[in-house]
Design a protein around this ligand. Structure first.
Ligand code: PDD
Length: 287
């Protein structure tokens, strides 16, 4: 059975879904996206993702083609039709098809935005084998543009970063700017020193992770100390633990940075506990 996707108001088998070659998402990466994870067939942190989507759209002067209620309905319908138990829903909105290539934004009254959603089934998302061994990262320069707080579909450098990691036998890359870690290619980065969790503060230098917000809230509720400040690669290599967060990895321990083992080389107690809490609470709060 082929996957059912959503394109501009229609639910279609994926083979029948079509977008114009003039779509600005295709020609100019002029679009934004969200990835919402699914646990037990329910959406995790849906409201957070939709709030960030609204912010991304606003920052790019793009209109939303659907209300929050409509988006919730589409997400749920796709999860239902594709029988997703564990996985994710991908949503993308682009500035649409002006009928030609032009750098200037089209008038949103004449050119509706394009909206596409599809699901990805990922059995074992919660019970991930990688979470048991931890992942290896390399560090690479952060040469992305200056508005990393907007979740745009320009993902070439993050893809290059993942390939650089793969070529070195690692799982992912942490990006570094002015000596400090900004974030992972598709996740937020943290270290743990003693009992203190350290992660870069929010600014336009990083994406404001929805998982990050939840994890920091759960950490505070569990009386863990959290400090939001930049940290260097040297600090990270000397830390007791390191981990990343995202909608697709939840809390994922990092056990090696540029070939240097972190702590004893196994997922540490703070990362492990935070992963458990995050998954437990997400199952309860999912809608
Ligand atoms: N990526 N930083 C970057 C650069 C990201 O691309 C992501 C998410 C995050 C974590 O954000 P959140 O906790 O809201 O997922 C941080 C998604 C999962 C992706 O591109 O697939």
């Amino acid at each position: 059975m082929s996957r059912i996707v959503y394109v501009n108001g229609e639910y279609l088998p994926e083979e029948e879904a079509k977008i114009s070659i003039f779509d600005r998402g295709f020609l100019m990466a002029d679009g934004v996206y969200e990835v919402t994870s699914v646990l037990d067939g329910k959406l995790v942190d849906f409201e957070g993702h939709i709030a960030r989507l609204a912010r991304s759209l606003h920052e790019l002067e793009m209109a939303s083609p659907a209300t929050t209620e409509e988006l919730l309905e589409i997400h749920r319908e796709l999860v239902r039709r594709n029988r997703i138990d564990e996985g994710m829903v991908y949503l993308q909105i682009t500035r649409g098809n002006p009928g030609d290539r032009d750098f200037v934004y089209p008038d949103p009254h004449n050119v509706p935005s394009t909206i596409v959603l599809f699901t990805q089934s990922k059995p074992g998302l919660a019970d991930s084998p990688l979470a048991k061994t931890g992942m290896k990262v390399i560090t690479i320069p952060d040469i992305r543009w200056g508005r990393r707080d907007i979740k745009t579909i320009q993902l070439l450098y993050p893809s290059m970063g993942k390939m650089m990691a793969r070529h070195k036998g690692a799982d992912d890359a942490w990006m570094v700017e002015d000596g400090a870690v900004t974030e992972g290619t598709s996740n937020n980065a943290y270290i743990v020193v003693g009992q203190t969790i350290i992660t870069r503060e929010l600014s336009s230098d990083i994406l404001h992770g929805i998982t990050r917000a939840a994890v920091l809230r759960f950490a505070a509720e569990a009386q863990m100390e959290v400090v939001e400040r930049p940290f260097t690669v040297e600090e990270a290599k000397a830390a007791d633990e390191a981990f990343v967060t995202s909608a697709t990895t939840f809390v994922m321990p990092v056990v090696e940075i540029d070939g240097t083992q972190i702590g004893d080389g196994a997922p540490g107690p703070v990362s492990t506990r935070l992963r458990e809490i995050y998954i437990e609470e997400s199952r309860i709060d999912a809608i």
